[in-house]
Structure formats: structure tokens, C-alpha cells
Design a protein around this ligand. Structure first.
Ligand code: SAH
Length: 421
């Protein structure tokens, strides 16, 4: 395996003939099947690279293709830098600065908006890394051991490059490969100002305050990826009875209330999420009397509504605007079929119960379900119910969750806004 003639300070991965083509097109993953051999660096203890180790990738003709993090699994290397055989000393600061500049130039860094995604993995040329900013606190999530190993350098770079950040919390207990031998804590403060109150922490999105609970909450504490779609709900909400299904901490609900909704019902199966929705509504609309937060299962709730609202075969009451933003029904490719059935079922319920002239915002955040498949599931739901449905908008992830054009796998969030006659 080891080639003595190679004097390299870094482990080198040599690809099979012609397997360099995707890397020459800047796709950042090297699959294990593309590797011909591994030349370990001189200092190496074991006989295979260590998970998380920085490695250099070369073509079969010894062309340097780039450097990246080694992983155990079908994606063997995630490239950090193309065309070079090492990372410059200021690598992390340069990449974090570039990511921050994009958010700044997009107008996401404002007094009335201090909530945004700073780093979106491959979309920011940092595969395996997620960083979300909530006011003065960054929440960092590693999806690869390589990023875990570099967490301190990453934290230092964020602190140096993002003026608003004073605290950095690391939350990778659910995202790191669970079989990997991992040294160091997967969760906890990397940089902590004693003043931060993590049991009552507030962040602002488009002028609305949200309680963020990164310790106990889902993902990094909040779903920043729906910001633009929530703003669209605000435009449609005036005078409407709104149902925000799978509401989590009530993002869509607050925008609907600000948009002048007549009533808003927020439903989620998690009581913890519902408690935060109540706190969020109280903070933003202290005198609000037209909001209800309900802890319930989505299917039970929709079925109960349908049964309770049918009088002489006609739907009475109900909702004018429904938002369906379920968790990813398919986490893997092999779960896609079931996921599509799930999307069809839940959308059929919503299309059945919405009032004539109603607006349905429906989403899928399953990366494995592409937009055509999702649209087909919603089409099947509409056909099953037999109502006339028009597509008003096709929605996607926002600009701080960019898709690297060379890495189309980065596209995951899709939505449709439907007019139901
Ligand atoms: N729309 C939210 C994010 C939704 S995340 C926002 O803008 O922030 C998906 C939510 O679905 C989670 O809060 C989860 O608790 C909830 N959920 C999962 N299964 C559910 C079910 N069967 N019924 C109701 N809610 C469910």
C-alpha cells in the first residue's frame, strides 16, 4: 500500500484512471469506489488514514486534485480546497469571511434581523459544517469527523470574522457518524461569555423575536430555512383563519399574526415546542387573543377537524390558509416510497378540509425526495380529493442556504403554494 518514493507530509489518496473527472468539475466528494490506493504519510501510526485526517487527492497520473477530510464510508473524502496539496494557514478565516460577506451583501445582517445561517456546508465550500447565528451566539454543527477535529480553529475564525458573535456553542451529538472513534466533547460551549442566558435566549428574524433553545431544541434550535417562505405567508394572511401544522416554535404563526390573520392555530406533537410557541406569541403580541397553540398529532388533528366540521356532507368552519411543514419523511433513499405516500396522505387531508378559495403552503425538507416527486405526491393528493387546485408559487430554500452549483445534492427544501377552489 505504501509507496516509499513518495515524500509527502500528508496522506495521499490516488484515484483510479478517469475517476478525477467529477473533481475537475468541482464536485466535492470522492467516493470510496474511485480510490486506487492510499499512500500514508511518513508519521502515520496505523495502516489506514484516520477518520477526520486531512488528505491530498491525486489522479492516476499524479495530478494534484485537492485536499479534504478523510471519512469512513461511501463518501471517502470531502474536498475543502481544489487544486492544492495543503490548506493555507488562514484557510478557516478566509472561508468564514467569504460566507459572512455573502450574508451581509444579501441584507441579512441587520438590527431587526440577527438570525441567519452563516455556513451551509458544501454551499459555502465547507462540506460537513453548519453554522447558525442567533444574535451574539453561533451554533456550530459538524457532520463529519474532519470538521469535529477542526472545531476550535473554526470557532476562532468565527469569533474573528463575525462582529456580532461573542459565544459559540457546539452541537454535534446527533450529526457526527455514530460509529466513528471521536475524541473530545460533541456538545458544549467552545467560547462562552458568562452573560449569555441560554435558558431564556432571544433572537430576531425580520423584526419578530424568537426564543431559541439550542440545548434542547431541534437542529441548532430554529428552522432558519423557512424565513422567506414565512414572509410570504405574512402577505397572504390578512383576514384569514390560519392553521400552522408542524409549527415547531411557531415561525409561520408569528408572521401570519403580523400579517393580520383573523385567527391562527399552531399544532405540533411536541409539548416543548408548543410551550415555546406560547412564549413567542406573548413576547411579540402581548395582547393577542386570536392564537391557539395545540399539542397534537397532525393526522389525528386533521381527522378530528374533518369529522367535526362535516354537516350534511358539507364542510363548515375550517381554515382559509394551511401550512404543512412536516419533518423529513425520508431521511434515506430507501425510504422515499413511504415518504411519498406520507406526503400524499397529509396533503390530501389538508386539501379536503381547506375552505373554498383557500391557500395551502405545503413543504418537503427531505433531500432524497426531489421537487418533481414531491409535486407528483401533491398532485396525487389533489386528484384523490378531486378539487380544482392551482400552483401559485414554487418555493425553495433561502439565500443563506445556498446550493453549490457543482453539488446539486445540496438542494433539499421545496414547497408549493396552492389555490384550492
Ligand atoms: N415549520 C417549523 C418547522 C417544522 S419542523 C418552523 O418554521 O420552525 C417539523 C415539526 O414537526 C417538529 O417540530 C416536530 O415536533 C413536528 N412533528 C413531527 N411529527 C409530528 C406529528 N406526527 N404531528 C405533529 N407534529 C409533528
Amino acid at each position: 500500500m505504501v509507496n516509499d518514493q513518495m515524500v509527502n507530509s500528508m496522506t495521499t489518496i490516488i484515484l483510479k484512471p478517469h475517476k478525477e473527472e467529477s473533481l475537475l468539475r468541482f464536485h466535492p466528494w470522492v467516493f470510496s469506489g474511485a480510490i486506487a490506493r492510499v499512500v500514508l504519510d511518513a508519521k502515520h501510526k496505523g495502516d489506514v488514514p484516520e477518520e477526520g485526517e486531512l488528505v491530498c487527492v491525486q489522479s492516476s497520473t499524479s495530478n494534484v486534485l485537492g485536499v479534504g477530510h478523510w471519512q469512513v464510508g461511501s463518501i471517502a473524502v470531502r474536498i475543502l480546497s481544489f487544486g492544492s496539496d495543503s490548506l493555507p494557514a488562514d484557510f478557516w478565516r478566509t472561508r468564514i469571511r467569504a460566507a459572512y460577506k455573502v450574508r451581509e451583501s444579501l441584507g441579512l445582517v441587520r438590527k431587526d434581523n440577527n438570525t441567519f445561517r452563516l455556513v451551509h456546508g458544501e454551499g459555502d465550500n465547507l462540506p460537513g459544517l453548519i453554522v447558525d447565528i442567533y444574535a451574539d451566539t453561533a451554533v456550530v454543527q459538524a457532520h463529519s469527523v474532519g470538521m469535529h477535529v477542526c472545531r476550535t480553529e473554526i470557532a476562532d475564525a468565527i469569533l474573528a470574522e463575525v462582529p456580532q458573535v461573542q459565544n459559540i456553542y457546539y452541537k454535534s451529538d446527533d450529526t457526527l457518524p455514530f460509529k466513528a472513534p471521536i475524541e473530545g466533547e460533541k456538545i458544549g460551549w467552545l467560547i462562552h461569555d458568562q452573560m449569555v442566558n441560554d435558558s431564556e435566549f432571544w433572537s430576531v428574524e425580520n423584526g419578530l423575536s424568537f426564543r431559541i433553545d439550542w440545548l434542547r431544541g431541534q437542529k441548532t434550535g430554529f428552522f432558519i430555512d423557512q424565513r422567506e417562505n414565512r414572509a410570504l405567508v405574512e402577505r397572504y394572511a390578512h383576514g384569514k383563519d390560519v392553521l400552522n401544522m408542524f409549527c415547531y416554535t411557531g415561525g409561520f404563526s408569528l408572521y401570519a399574526l403580523r400579517g393580520g390573520a383573523k385567527t391562527v392555530d399552531s399544532v405540533d406533537v411536541s409539548q416543548k415546542a408548543i410551550d415555546i410557541v406560547e412564549a413567542n406569541v406573548k413576547r411579540n403580541f402581548p395582547d393577542c387573543t386570536n392564537h391557539r397553540a395545540i399539542a397534537a398529532d397532525a393526522f389525528d388533528y386533521l381527522n378530528d377537524q374533518i369529522n367535526a366540521k362535516m354537516v350534511n356532507g358539507q364542510m363548515v368552519n375550517g381554515y382559509d390558509l394551511i401550512i404543512l411543514d412536516p419533518p423529513a419523511f425520508a431521511k434515506h433513499r430507501d425510504a422515499v416510497k413511504n415518504a411519498l405516500r406520507g406526503y400524499q396522505r397529509i396533503n390530501a387531508k389538508a386539501i379536503e378540509m381547506i375552505r373554498p378559495g383557500g391557500i395551502l403552503f405545503t413543504f418537503s425538507c427531505s433531500q432524497a425526495v426531489d421537487k418533481e416527486a414531491f409535486r407528483l405526491a401533491v398532485f396525487s393528493a389533489a386528484a384523490q380529493v378531486g378539487r380544482s387546485v392551482r400552483i401559485l408559487h414554487q418555493l425553495h430554500q433561502p439565500q443563506d442556504h445556498p446550493i453549490n452549483i457543482y453539488h446539486p445534492e445540496g438542494e433539499y427544501l421545496k414547497g408549493l403554494v396552492l389555490y384550492v377552489e
